[in-house]
Design a protein around this ligand. Structure first.
Ligand code: GLN
Length: 472
C-alpha cells in the first residue's frame, strides 16, 4: 500500500532499492481511480507518468499541484470556466524547483475558483468532498490538495494560502499544511489572487515531509521581486528537537468563539506543550479581531486588479457573439467567472474607486500595519503563538454557500498571519465527537520557520492522526 506512506518513508524505500517511483505512481493512480469519483480532489489527473530520474532527492516520486500553479504543457484552470482550456507555457518556480529535485507529478488538484473560498464549493469542476465524511466540505481553497493527501490520492502536494487556504483545509482534512513567510517561496507561476498575501506551501501527512518540501521550494527567485533574499537553512535540523524552554503564547481570547470540540482540543494541546517543558502563557492580539474585515478590503482590491487580465483577449475563453469590444469584455467575463469571483471583483473595484479609496483601502492598509505591530510586540517575548486553525470542524456541503459572511469567518484565525506576512502551520491536534479532524495553528515571526518546525515536530510526536487518516 505505497499510497499510504509518507514522502520520507518512500524516499527511503527507493534508496534501499525496495520499490520504484513507478510503483508509487501506480499505487496512487489506482487509489485515485477508486476514490476520486466520490472525493473529486482532482481537476486533471496525469494518466501517464512522466518519469524523473535526474537523481534528485525526490527520486521521481509524484507530487500533486494545486491547479492555480503552472506545470508547463498541462492545463491550469484555477477551477474557473474562464481558464477551462488554458495550457501553461512555463513552470512555476516552485514546480521547477521540485522537478530539479527529482519530482514527477500526478495531477492538478481542485480549488475554489481562483482560490476564493473556504470550502472548495465554488469550483467550476464541482465540489471536493471531505474524505473523512463525504457529506462535509474539505475546507478551501486548497481542498483538493488536502483531500488528496488525506485519502492517499497524493503522497504530498503544494497549495497556496492567501487568507488560510493551506492551513484551514489541512486542519479540516487532518493533514499538515504550512504557509511560509511572505517572500520565502517564489510566487512566479502562481496565478495571482492577492499578490501581497499569496504564498505557496506544502501539504503533507507529516511535519517531516513539510520540511522536505520546504527545503526544496524556498529561496530567492529573480523572477519574483517580492521573493526574499534570505538564507534558507536546512529545515530538517529543527525536527525532533528538545523544545523545553520554548516560549509559547496562547491566543486564548478566541477560544470562547470556538466549538466545544475545538476548545477541548486546545486545552489538550496546551497540556502537551506544558508537558514538553515549554513556557506557556496567554497572549492577546488586540487588533486581530478586525483581521477578517481588513482582509475583505485588501484581498478583493488586489484581486479586482489581478483579474483584469481575463478579458477574452489575452487568456482563456472569449464570448462567441458580441457587437463591439466593450460587449466582448462584458460577455466574456459574465460567462467565464462564477458568482464568488464576481462578488470579489465588485467589492474590490468599489473600495478602490475614487472617493472610497481613502475610506476603505487606505484605512485597511493602516489597520494591516497595526495587526503586524501586535505580532511584532509579541515576538519580542515569544517564540511561537498558538491558536485553533479553525473555529469549528468541517461543516456540511451547502451549509454556508448562501451566506458569504459565515463562510468568510471560517478564516478568522488564519487571516492575521497573511496580513502580517508571518509563517504559520496547521497540524492535527484532535478529533471532534463526530470523528472529524481538528487543527492547531502555530505561528512564528517572519523567517522563523525554524521555531514552527521545532514546535510542530515535537507536538506531532505526542499527538498525530496518522493511524486515523481515511486511507483504507
Ligand atoms: N478563504 C479565504 C478567501 O476566500 C482565503 C482564500 C485563500 O487563502 N486563497 O479569500
Amino acid at each position: 500500500m505505497l499510497y499510504k506512506k509518507s514522502l520520507k518513508d518512500l524516499i527511503e524505500l527507493i534508496d534501499k532499492n525496495e520499490i520504484t517511483a513507478k510503483e508509487i505512481y501506480e499505487s496512487v493512480l489506482d487509489r485515485i481511480r477508486t476514490k476520486d469519483r466520490d472525493i473529486n480532489a482532482y481537476v486533471t489527473v496525469f494518466e501517464e507518468l512522466e518519469p524523473n530520474d535526474n537523481g534528485g532527492l525526490l527520486k521521481g516520486i509524484p507530487v500533486a499541484v494545486k491547479d492555480n500553479m503552472h506545470i508547463k504543457g498541462k492545463r491550469t484552470t484555477c477551477s474557473s470556466k474562464i481558464l477551462e482550456n488554458y495550457t501553461a507555457i512555463f513552470d512555476a518556480t516552485a514546480v521547477s524547483k521540485l522537478k530539479n529535485e527529482g519530482a514527477s507529478f500526478i495531477g492538478k488538484t481542485n480549488l475554489d475558483e481562483f482560490a476564493m473560498g473556504s470550502s472548495t464549493e465554488t469550483s467550476y469542476f464541482g465540489t471536493t468532498h471531505n474524505p473523512w465524511d463525504l457529506s462535509k466540505i474539505p475546507g478551501g481553497s486548497s481542498g483538493g490538495s488536502t483531500a488528496a493527501v488525506a485519502s492517499g490520492e497524493a503522497v504530498c502536494a503544494v497549495g497556496s494560502d492567501t487568507g488560510g487556504s493551506i492551513r484551514q483545509p489541512a486542519a479540516l482534512c487532518g493533514v499538515v499544511g504550512l504557509k511560509p513567510t511572505y517572500g520565502r517561496v517564489s510566487r512566479y507561476g502562481l496565478v495571482a489572487f492577492a499578490s501581497s498575501l499569496d504564498q505557496i506551501g506544502p501539504i503533507t501527512k507529516t511535519v517531516e515531509d513539510a520540511a522536505i518540501l520546504m527545503n526544496i521550494i524556498s529561496g530567492k527567485d529573480e523572477r519574483d521581486s517580492t521573493s526574499a533574499n534570505v538564507d534558507v537553512d536546512d529545515f530538517m535540523q529543527y525536527l525532533n528537537n528538545d523544545i523545553s524552554g520554548l516560549k509559547v503564547g496562547v491566543y486564548d481570547k478566541v477560544f470562547k468563539d470556538c466549538s466545544r470540540d475545538v476548545q477541548r482540543s486546545m486545552d489538550d494541546s496546551i497540556d502537551i506543550f506544558k508537558r514538553l517543558g515549554c513556557n506557556v502563557r496567554s497572549v492577546d492580539l488586540p487588533n486581530a479581531k478586525y483581521a477578517v474585515s481588513d482582509y475583505y478590503i485588501i484581498a478583493p482590491a488586489e484581486a479586482s486588479s489581478n483579474l483584469e487580465r481575463y478579458d477574452g483577449v489575452k487568456y482563456g475563453i472569449r464570448a462567441d457573439v458580441f457587437d463591439d469590444l466593450k460587449q466582448m469584455y462584458i460577455k466574456t467575463r459574465s460567462k467565464g467567472f462564477g458568482d464568488e469571483v464576481k462578488r470579489r471583483i465588485m467589492l474590490g473595484t468599489y473600495v478602490l474607486s475614487s472617493g472610497y479609496y481613502d475610506a476603505y483601502y487606505l484605512k485597511a492598509q493602516k489597520l494591516r500595519g497595526l495587526i503586524k505591530q501586535d505580532f511584532d510586540n509579541l515576538f519580542k517575548d515569544f517564540d511561537v503563538i498558538i491558536s485553533p486553525t479553525t473555529p469549528t470542524e468541517a461543516f456540511e456541503i451547502g451549509e454556508k454557500s448562501n451566506n458569504p459572511l459565515q463562510m468568510y469567518l471560517s478564516d478568522i484565525f488564519t487571516i492575521p498571519a497573511n496580513l502580517a506576512a508571518i509563517p504559520a502551520i496547521s497540524i492535527p491536534c484532535g478529533v471532534s465527537d463526530s470523528n472529524l479532524p481538528l487543527g492547531l495553528q502555530i505561528m512564528s515571526d517572519v523567517f522563523r520557520e525554524d521555531n514552527i518546525f521545532k514546535a510542530a515536530s515535537a507536538f506531532e510526536k505526542e499527538f498525530n492522526l496518522l493511524d486515523k487518516l481515511p486511507l483504507d
